[in-house]
Ligand binder design. Sequence first.
Ligand SMILES: Cc1ncc(COP(=O)(O)O)c(C=O)c1O
Length: 361
Amino acid sequence: MSRPAFARIHLGHLRHNYRLLKQRAGKAAIMAVIKADAYGHGLHLVAPALLGEGCRCFAVTDADEGTQLRRIIGETSDIVLLSGIFDTADAQQAEELVFTPVITRMHQLSLLSAAGFSGGVWLKVDTGMNRLGAKNITVLNAACTARGIKVTGVMSHLACADEPLHTMNIEQAARFLESAAKLPDGIPRSLLNSAGLIALPDCTFDVVRPGIALYGAEPVRNQPLGLQPVMQFGGQIMQLRDVPRGANLSYGATFTAPRDMRIATLSTGYADGLPRQLSNHGAAAVLSQTTTGDTAILDIVGRVCMDYCLLDASQVDVKVGTEVEFWGTHIPATRVAEQVGTIAYELFTGVGKRVRRESIE
Ligand SMILES: Cc1ncc(COP(=O)(O)O)c(C=O)c1O
C-alpha cells in the first residue's frame, strides 16, 4: 500500500466551475488552461471531465504536455501550446499531433515551415506584461501568410487582472484592440484569463482562457464567483502519542509542549507539497465530524518534515487512520496560500508526484 497522502479531485466541482465560467464567457468559447498537469490536479482526470462538458479547446504549455494530452483526449479537440515550440522536434510533433502553437517569434515560424506544418497558430502580442509576445504582430501575421500557415487567433495576457481596478487592465485591453485591428477581419481574439473575466467583463471577445477558476480558487479575493474547490489535499494519522509538558517536537525542537498533549503524526510532508512555512503556523481539518457535527481544526505543531507533520490532537477524538485536510473543502487553498505568502497556483502545482490523485464525483 502506498503512503496515504492524497489529492482528491472533485469532478462534480470541476464541472460546476466550468459551467459557471461558460455563463460568464457568454458567446466566447472556452480555452481551458490545463497546463502543468492541470495545475497539479491530474491531466488524466481533468481533461476527460471537461471534454464531457463539451469543452473542445485546451491549452497546455509545450509539446510534451500536448503529447500527453493527445493520448488522453484523442483527436476530438484543439490543443494550444501556450509556450509555443522550441525546436525542430517540437515542430514535427506539432504537425503529427495537430497542435496549435502560440507564436511569438519569427524563428518559431521557420521551424514550423521546415517541418511542413499544415496546421494553425495563435499569434501572441505583448500589450504590457513584458514576458512573452511580439511587439508587432503584423510582421508575424505577414510571415504566416507568406508561408501558408493559418492564423487561428490573436491573444495577449493581462498582468494585473487579479486587481480589477488596476489601470494596466484597460491600458492592455486598448493596446490589444489596437494590435488586433491591424490584422485581417475575422481573426478570433482572446485576452482574458480567470481574473480577467471579473476585471474586464466586456472584453470576452471570441475566446477566454480560464485556468485557476476551473480548479475552484477564486481569482479575485473580494469578488467571489461562487466556485467550488476541486482539490482536497490531505493525509492520514499514522501514529498518536501522548507527550508530557516540556517535550520538544520535530526537527529543531521549535515547539515545546506547554502542557501534556496528544500528538498526531501525519503521513504528509513538504515532499508531498505541504509548505514547510506552515511549521508551527498552519492547521488541518479532521475529516470525520465531531459529535456536535462540527469540523475540528487541529494546529500544525513543530516543523513540517519531508514525509510527515505533527498535529495537536489533544482536544479531539481521532484515531490512527483518521483523515485530515490541509486545503480543499474546509480550509480554502487561497487562505493557506496567503498564510505562506504565495498563491493557490503554487500550492496546487507543488503537490508532489507521489501523492495519489483520486477522483470523486
Ligand atoms: C497565456 C495564459 N493564458 C491563460 C492563463 C490562465 O490564467 P489563470 O490561471 O490566471 O486563469 C495562463 C496562466 O498562466 C496563461 O499563461
